[in-house]
Design a protein around this ligand. Sequence first.
Ligand code: G6P
Length: 611
Amino acid sequence: MCGIVGAVAERNVQGILLEGLRRLEYRGYDSAGMAVLSDDARLNRRRAVGKVAALEASLDAGPLEGRVGIAHTRWATHGRPTEQNAHPHQSGESLAVVHNGIIENHETLKAELESQGYVFTSQTDTEVIAHLLAREFNRTQDLLEAVRQAVALLDGAYALAVTHRSQPSLIVGARKGSPLVVGVGIGESFLASDPLALLPVTDRFIYLQEGDVVRIARGEPVAVFDAAGERQERSVHTYEHGDGAATKDGYRHFMLKEIHEQPQVVAAALEGRLSERRALIESFGSEAEAIFSQVRQVHIVACGTSYHAGLVARYWLEKYAGIPAQVEVASEYRYRRVVVPDGTLFVTLSQSGETADTLAALRFARERGYVGSLAICNVPGSSLVRESDLTLMTQAGPEIGVASTKAFTSQLVALMLLTLSLGRLNGMDESRQAEIVQALRTLPGAITQVLGLDGAIETLSMAFAEKHHALFLGRGSHFPIALEGALKLKEISYIHAEAYPAGELKHGPLALVDSEMPVISVAPNDELLEKLKSNLQEVRARGGELFVFADESVRLEEAEGVHVLRLPHVDEALAPILYTLPLQLLSYHAAVLKGTDVDQPRNLAKSVTVE
Ligand code: G6P
């Protein structure tokens, strides 16, 4: 999704802005641009369709010089990805703005501004903001005041950075509904939609709050004002994830690196959260025990891969904790007339903590009488974390590949901790709790073993690269894993894939099975194994080629058209986590063979901050 970088520095900012944009590339975008104020207060802009490399080429041909500038990667919502629609947008030659989010009342505002003589040159909603700001600046002659007046007229979501040639040593930023952070340097200040963009220049950040307006100026301290216009002292946080995440560390793609990080990621998600025989409820916050002890059921809301993690948790919560759970995609939940029984906990799952629908669902839920809200999230300081009663950080470290891998496994670990915590308060058998705790401790080792199958999975993937469709099957808590496997394959290889609970096969999808339809199945050794085996026979009988990931103890022979890959045995409660890995690797290798853009698949974004 769109990315913002801004800098007020003591040096030329072109390099800082360009590196910031490169670091935001993983979010997904289709054009990029930059505006720099020169020391003689002229506003110079460059924009390019396509990758940041295209913008860089244009800057190589004609560099921008100046110590104040803003830059942007745009993911098209209003208007096609063209140079004219790329940000920064200007009003005349004086003011430039970059914007993330969507302005819902842009048509009304545009009509009003056109009637006042402003001429529009793009199809974007953002250009409305540029002209509104110019109009307000003409009245107030003060950029901070102009931003305040203008944002009051906007409906929708925004993170903004604005610069004006009449105030050439400052940038004003504002946020509502889209993230924006201030990077605090020494005598320099920066803005970005994601701290990752600024790690080469600072590791100190102010996470702006909803409705905040900020002024960063050369030689002056950062000044933050809340929605009411009151000056606020916001705390400065040191970024503690290190910068390693922004490099591929010798791997060919970020996605492959992130898949291979999963043993450490699982260990990090567990760190300090287990006692000898139990999960520690306090990991969810000091209020957790008081809230959890009232919980009789759970509503889980999320999008994309995070939604699939929620679906696994439904099986766990009901089976191990004896607590009914309902799971729903956020874009549906938020517009539904939801019935909330007494004692319901509201849980959101999100790697980014900024997904617009999930955030809106949380805000909607707050008015619905839940006993509390819990966010399971990977980004400290994100909106979801700030607005929830309880939080559990998944500790996966920044995930760069658009297709989520390590964030998903860390969410599953967190959800197992939730299951054990709620289970403990709901009378879950103590020895079963202790067994699962023990199995969690050995999980990183089992994951390392599965990663050792990478070469064998790469060989299997050769059977896919030429296919147009694939079917994924699973039963019980492995049905969501089949859904996630199909989603991964779609996202990065563009092969059409569907997932079904294996028992549903004969109610439709079996009609699709022939020698051109690979069928992938996960077969842990659980109570549904024998039933799954019958379903696989049904596929084989129709000529479908089978790829089965099975527990080492499962009796299932390799044969013509039947490929079996053995996984180490784990406690069945944790099998969904382990069986996720081969499906990630399979998609990855199929995509590499197809030559797609693995880390930044077409049309997709890492963090979907618009509805
Ligand atoms: C986008 C990403 C997915 C992610 C989904 C939900 O579609 O490409 O990888 O699963 O958003 O994001 P969240 O940050 O809320 O987990």
